[in-house]
Every structure is written in C-alpha cells, then in structure tokens.
Design a protein around this ligand. Structure first.
Ligand SMILES: CC(C)(COP(=O)(O)OP(=O)(O)OC[C@H]1O[C@@H](n2cnc3c(N)ncnc32)[C@H](O)[C@@H]1OP(=O)(O)O)[C@@H](O)C(=O)NCCC(=O)NCCS
Length: 284
C-alpha cells in the first residue's frame, strides 16, 4: 500500500471496450426543458443516494446553462439514462469548463455511455472555444480512476483534502471527501491518443512513482470502515507528498495479484518540469 519508486517495466495499455449494441438506440442531446431537468434531479438522488438538500436543483441548472454551462442527457426514447453537467470556470486565470456531475443509471453502465457523454461534452466545450475541462473524483474509486485516466487521458497535480467537508451525505463519502482535481486537456496528444485508442508513447519507468489502491473500495468500506479509512490516510499521504515534490498523476492501471484485484496510479514529471529528489518510499 502507498507509494513506491516505480520498477515497472511493462506499463500495460488498456483498449476501451467495443461499443455495445445495447445502447445503440440511445440519443445524446442537450437537456432543455424543466421537466427533463427534474429527471436530472431524480437521477442525482438515485445515483449518489443524497438527500434533497444536496441535489443540484433545476434553478441552478437553468442559471448556469444560460451562462455557458453544458447539460447533456442520454435518452432511451424519452427516459433519461444518464447526464453530464458542468459550468464555465477559471483554471490558472484561463477560461475552462468545470464538469460537476456525470451519472449513468446502473442498468445502463459499462456500455460506454459515460464515455459517449464525455465525448459529447468535449465537443460542446470545444465549440465554445474552450480547450480544458476540469473535474474532481475520489482517487480510491478504481472505476472512476480507470474511466478518467485510461479511457479519457486526464492528468492531475492537485490533491484536495475533504473537498466537500468531512461529513458529506453520499454513501460514496464515508471516508471523507478527498478528491483529485483532474485536467482534461482536450486537444493534447495524450487525450487524442486515448480517444483514438492508440497505445500511448512508451513511458520511461525511471523516476516514476506508483500509488496502489484496492480494486473495490466500496466492498472494503462495507467489510471494514477502519480499513477503508486506513487506505484514505495512506493514499492521502502518498499523493500529497508526491505532488508537493512536483509529481503529476499521469495514468492508472488495473492489476491482479493472485485472486486480488487492485489499481495502480503512475506518477511522473511532466516534460516541462524538472525531476527532483524523491525518497525511495514515501509511505509503506
Ligand atoms: C462513472 C459512470 C458515469 C461511468 O458510466 P458508464 O456508462 O458505465 O461508463 P463506461 O461504460 O463508458 O466506462 C466504464 C468503465 O469502467 C470499467 N469498470 C467497471 N467497474 C470497474 C471497477 N470496479 N474498477 C475499474 N474499472 C471498472 C468498465 O470496464 C469500463 O471500462 P472499459 O470500457 O475500458 O471496459 C457510472 O459508473 C456512474 O454513474 N457512477 C456513479 C457516479 C459517478 O461516479 N460519477 C462520476 C464522478 S467522476
């Protein structure tokens, strides 16, 4: 557990799944009406298990959309199967789009619908002349790590401790609300390669750090909240120490060790930053 200097010789590349016919009748389009936005409210409650007070409401969706926000739905005939929502923001003083929510109804998951919503969001944001989308996710969630880094090609050099406070209401927040702030640099070589399902440029393993996470933190959480909190503590220490030293989270791989599934983040220096001194093992 924790972060170690990488000795990875063969970073495996994961090709996205082939499009499933199950979702071929689904249309992705802008959400326009208040009735459709009410369906978004309901989906928020279903997916995150949040109380009414934590739901991003119709009035807020209307206002941010009118001010340049992007709200897209995936519709199975008239029924909302998923949505993506974000608003205009600033990143280092430059115009960016901040993606606040992405959700797919459980019955529609793992058919590339989330991926297609992100592609549609990318198109909409590029059409506004904006080239960066940011968002946050819980780095202990291996599904989201795979989705964000492997399928989409994000990078991250910001770790936020208890971003939404220590006691947020979703079942996803039982070990605090630490988040990685990710950047999706829409026209970068990394992103274009991932979207074209091309293998990335060969990585030089020298100077890379690895941070391991469990294959299913939600199962760990259910079995032992204490162990889940321990994963949080150790990964928080690992990410913050590495990022403080100038490392960027560049990639994520799913691995197996016997019967056990786990995930590994790859941290390295981006080409425009200089390597510095890093201890052999930041946590263990
Ligand atoms: C995240 C979410 C939107 C993805 O939607 P989706 O339509 O299932 O997404 P996709 O089918 O495009 O991709 C899912 C990927 O996760 C992979 N996956 C599924 N379970 C996984 C796990 N436990 N660990 C790692 N990867 C996993 C799938 O294999 C698939 O990758 P592949 O296409 O390379 O095989 C959906 O799971 C969801 O609504 N989750 C709850 C809300 C949430 O977490 N929102 C995002 C916050 S950043």
């Amino acid at each position: 557990m924790g972060v170690n200097k990488a000795s990875v010789s063969d970073f495996k590349y994961h090709r996205p799944t082939v499009d499933a016919t199950k979702t071929s009748g689904i249309t992705i389009r802008p959400i326009e009406t208040v009735a459709e936005m009410r369906a978004v409210e309901q989906l928020e409650k279903e997916v995150w298990g949040i109380p009414d007070l934590d739901v991003v409401p119709v009035t807020h969706l209307v206002a941010t959309k009118a001010a340049g926000g992007v709200l897209l739905g995936a519709f199975d005939r008239d029924a909302l199967a998923g949505f993506v929502y974000g608003f205009v923001g600033l990143e280092d003083g430059e115009l960016a789009h901040h993606s606040h929510m992405l959700a797919v109804k459980p019955a529609y998951r793992n058919f590339n619908l989330g991926y297609k919503l992100k592609l549609a969001q990318r198109d909409a944001v590029l059409a506004q002349g904006i080239k960066l989308i940011t968002w946050t996710f819980d780095p202990l969630q291996s599904l989201n790590a795979h989705f964000n880094f492997t399928k989409l090609g994000v990078i991250s050099n910001r770790y936020l401790i208890d971003f939404y406070g220590a006691e947020a209401s979703s079942f996803l927040h039982q070990s605090g609300t630490d988040r990685l702030w990710v950047k999706w640099v829409l026209t970068s070589e990394r992103v274009i390669q991932r979207l074209n399902a091309e293998p990335p440029n060969p990585e030089d393993p020298a100077g890379k750090l690895l941070v391991e996470i469990p294959g299913n933190i939600n199962a760990v959480q259910e079995e032992s909240p204490e162990r889940a909190r321990d994963w949080r503590k150790r990964t928080q220490a690992a990410f913050t120490a590495a990022i403080d030293k100038g490392y960027t989270v560049l990639d994520f791989y799913r691995e197996t060790r016997g019967d056990e599934k786990f995930g590994v983040y790859i941290l390295g220096y981006q080409s425009n930053t200089q390597p510095g001194e890093v201890s052999q093992s930041i946590t263990s």
